[in-house]
Design a protein around this ligand. Structure first.
Ligand code: PGA
Length: 258
């Protein structure tokens, strides 16, 4: 982390977990143990049907609510889909875009890019996920792959909007597997992502963008991961479903930075 230049963000990704009633229970417990005072930005990205409950529960707090996906189109005949402006109207501040689980369902880089542009147009902060498979890592093409994903996702994003973007590096082999990247492995790729952004937008912007790590981050390994200079927070799946665990990760983000 480097709080001098950029925000630290701890974001939860609930995936397809919790009902609206369970959301209400989680938020009540989370609120009662949430760290007070100087702490990082906190986001909780929840299933679409839980958004109204989450927004209502967190209204008086600094916790921003987010969605886990959006459609790139503004409106129309897209049965079952949700547009970015609908998320904003429901109270969302963030939207996860290009999660590997959605890419595995067929989402392309072009679609990820279109969704990023639509989110930005509606003043939502996109949390753009990139990450390599184990096979790609073993082939030694991680950096090339990540460069391609970042460049595609940010294609056509104007300089005045880029600061709203959050990038999450999530190695696919570390998601939900309990197999976390080492702090060195995670730092190496996060630093690379910043280099790609520097080449596209210049040093000042690259320095200001928050880059998160995701993939089995938990209350035990968060401190070490967050101590890396280019890891500005976490995108947390499993451990964000339990208030005490999520709070411990937020507390780990309150450590002194370089
Ligand atoms: P995990 O999920 O923390 O359960 O590995 C992270 C993510 O997929 O965002």
């Amino acid at each position: 982390m480097n709080r001098k230049y950029r925000k630290t963000i701890i974001a939860g990704n609930w995936k397809m977990n919790k009902t609206p009633s369970e959301t209400k229970e989680f938020m009540a417990e989370f609120k009662s143990i949430m760290p007070k005072g100087r702490w990082c930005d906190v986001a909780l990205c929840v299933p679409a049907v839980c958004i109204p409950t989450a927004v209502r529960a967190m209204r008086e707090t600094r916790v921003g609510i987010g969605a886990e996906n959006c459609n790139a189109n503004a409106s129309g005949a897209y049965t079952g889909e949700i547009a970015a402006n609908m998320l904003v109207d429901a109270g969302c501040k963030y939207v996860i875009i290009g999660h590997s689980e959605r890419r595995a369902m067929g989402e392309t880089d072009a679609e990820v890019n279109a969704k990023v542009l639509s989110a930005l147009k509606n003043e939502l902060s996109p949390i753009v996920c990139v990450g390599e498979s184990l096979e790609q890592r073993e082939l030694g093409i991680t950096e090339d792959w990540i460069s391609m994903q970042v460049k595609c996702a940010l294609s056509g994003v104007p300089e005045e909007k880029i600061r709203k973007i959050v990038v999450a590096y999530e190695p696919i082999w570390a998601i939900g597997t309990g197999k976390t990247a080492t702090p060195e492995q995670a730092e190496e790729v996060c630093e690379h992502i910043r280099t790609v952004i520097r080449k596209l937008y210049g040093a000042k912007i690259a320095r200001a963008i928050s880059i998160l790590y995701g993939g089995s981050m938990n209350e035990k390994n968060a401190f070490e991961l967050l101590a890396q200079p280019d890891i500005d927070g976490g995108l947390i799946g499993g451990a964000s479903l339990v208030p005490e665990k999520f709070v411990k990760i937020i507390e780990a983000a309150n450590q002194p930075t370089v």
